[in-house]
Structures are given as structure tokens and as C-alpha cells.
Design a binder for this molecule. Structure first.
Ligand SMILES: C[C@H](O)[C@H](O)[C@H]1CNC2=NC(N)=NC(=O)C2=N1
Length: 104
């Protein structure tokens, strides 16, 4: 499927796509989600996995590692800090890998 253009999504487009991303929300112009894991090591391993995906996509979030939590916050810098299809794509990839880490 051809990549979508990297342009800001409308509020309605964001709302519609968030409907398919449980636990994700829009906050301060960024897509955000926090995950809780079973241990600090599990949380750290998930951060490494997300970082690998971000390198693959060349699209990077602010990742925050807590004792047993991983928080993700992402927007697209190249369009001045708006939400684009690339942010939605990263959120989908993180949502897909999270269960394998026991994250919820
Ligand atoms: C040169 C490199 O491709 C760009 O700087 C990429 C890197 N990762 C990025 N991540 C995010 N969130 N937004 C960007 O615009 C972006 N641009």
C-alpha cells in the first residue's frame, strides 16, 4: 500500500483512527499511551523493541521508561509538530508489539 502523504490530519481523522488504537489519546498535539509491564527489565526490553521499530520507520517518539512502565508520546516534527499518518503508523506498530512484552 503506498505510503500516505505526510500532512497534518484533521481532528476528525485523528479521532477516527484513535478509535482503532485502544488506550491511545491525543494530548497537547501528541499521540500518547502508557503501558504497564511485569518488571523493570520487561519495560526496558520493550523500550529497546520500540526503538528498533522507530529506526525502521525513521519516525521517533519521546519514550519514557519508568520502574515498570513505558510511555510513548509522538507527533511529526517535519510538519511543525502535528499528528500525521506516520504517528498513527508508529502507534499501531507499538500496539501490535506490546502484548508480546506482557504490556497492557
Ligand atoms: C532525517 C530524519 O529522517 C528525520 O529527521 C525524521 C527522524 N524522525 C522523526 N520523528 C518524528 N516524530 N518526526 C519527524 O519529523 C522525524 N523526522
Amino acid at each position: 500500500m503506498p505510503a500516505e502523504p505526510v500532512v497534518p490530519l484533521s481532528p476528525k481523522e485523528i479521532e477516527d483512527r484513535l478509535a482503532g488504537l485502544p488506550g491511545w489519546s491525543l494530548d497537547g498535539g501528541r499521540l500518547i499511551r502508557s503501558y504497564r509491564l511485569g518488571s523493570h527489565f520487561a519495560a526496558t526490553a520493550m523500550v529497546v523493541h520500540v526503538a528498533q521499530v522507530q529506526e525502521e520507520l525513521d519516525h521517533h517518539s519521546d519514550l519514557t521508561l519508568g520502574y515498570n512502565t513505558v510511555s510513548v508520546a509522538v507527533q511529526t516534527h517535519s510538519v511543525g509538530g502535528a499528528v500525521t499518518a506516520k504517528d498513527i503508523e508508529l502507534a499501531r506498530r507499538v500496539e501490535d508489539l506490546a502484548p508480546g512484552h506482557g504490556a497492557h
